[in-house]
Write a protein that binds this ligand. Structure first.
Ligand code: DGL
Length: 260
């Protein structure tokens, strides 16, 4: 296979990374993609770093067998746990990770607090703590783990009264009065953007890291001379460790993905 035509591998613990795939298809329409959702092992958030690293390594080994030209870890949790290790193992392919989009949120705000919604692991790992130190020293950053949001999206529920009830319950303990921005620091939550907006009100800015991640992928491919811009029938293959029903559910989510 010509280097430039090799596919890009994108993975997540399950359905969340489909939002990154959606952004990647939008921004890189002539590239081929293989998406791997690990719904059989979701959620990753409450697992140990070692366990998540092993799961990610198995997925990336599969991608390498399929001769991908880049790997996108479409999961903030897996990035915190395993990105460093994966980069030392797969030295020939760029491995692109994700982090909560704290920077654009802080840059937009003149006052008030930023609320970061993510998984337990993302919020406790060093990567995020360093990001807060670098970007948001002068700013109040509230953090909230929302495992129930991951479960909702894995079930394919992204809007309506049930989604809004779960969001209200989870945000119940937070004083939202001075929160001016919310960062969706987990790719699953991107599918709940409108439901979160309905609960918190339109005066709160909502941010996610999808555009930044795909832009970084594009820059790396261009720098390596591997961005495929030739007009051909681009292929999108979706694999899910949970089987065919979850592949079909992923396709439905891909169809409803909306960029910021
Ligand atoms: N989608 C993942 C993230 O971006 C995590 C969901 C999970 O707990 O598996 O963090």
């Amino acid at each position: 296979m010509m280097d430039r035509h090799r596919p890009i591998g994108i993975f997540d613990s399950g359905m969340g990374g489909i939002s990154v795939l959606g952004e990647a298809i939008r921004m890189l329409p002539t590239e081929n993609f293989i998406y791997y959702g690990d719904s059989a092992n979701a959620p990753y958030g409450p697992k140990s770093k070692e366990e998540v690293t092993q799961l990610c390594e198995a997925i990336c080994d599969h991608f390498v067998e399929r001769q991908v030209k880049a790997i996108v870890i479409a999961c903030n949790t897996a990035t915190s746990a395993a990105a460093e290790y994966l980069r030392t193992k797969y030295t020939d392919i760029p491995v692109i990770g994700m982090e909560p989009a704290l920077k654009p949120a802080v840059e937009m705000l003149d006052e008030g607090a930023v609320l970061v919604l993510a998984t337990e692991m993302t919020l406790r790992e060093e990567k995020f703590l360093n990001l807060c130190d670098r970007i948001a020293k002068e700013r109040e950053v509230l953090k909230l783990a929302c495992p129930s949001f991951v479960a909702l999206v894995e079930e394919g529920i992204t809007q309506g009264p049930e989604a809004e009830r779960v969001i209200k319950d989870c945000l119940g303990g937070v004083d939202l009065s001075h929160v001016k921005a919310i960062v969706l620091g987990c790719t699953h939550f991107v599918f709940l953007r409108q439901a979160v907006a309905n609960v918190v009100g339109s005066h709160v800015g909502i941010f996610d890291g999808n555009y930044g991640t795909v832009k970084h992928l594009l820059d790396l491919l261009e720098a390596r001379g591997e961005h495929d811009m030739t007009k051909h029938e681009a292929t999108i293959e979706i694999i899910n460790s949970g089987g065919m029903p979850l592949v079909l559910q992923s396709q439905k989510l891909l169809n409803i993905y909306k960029p910021l």
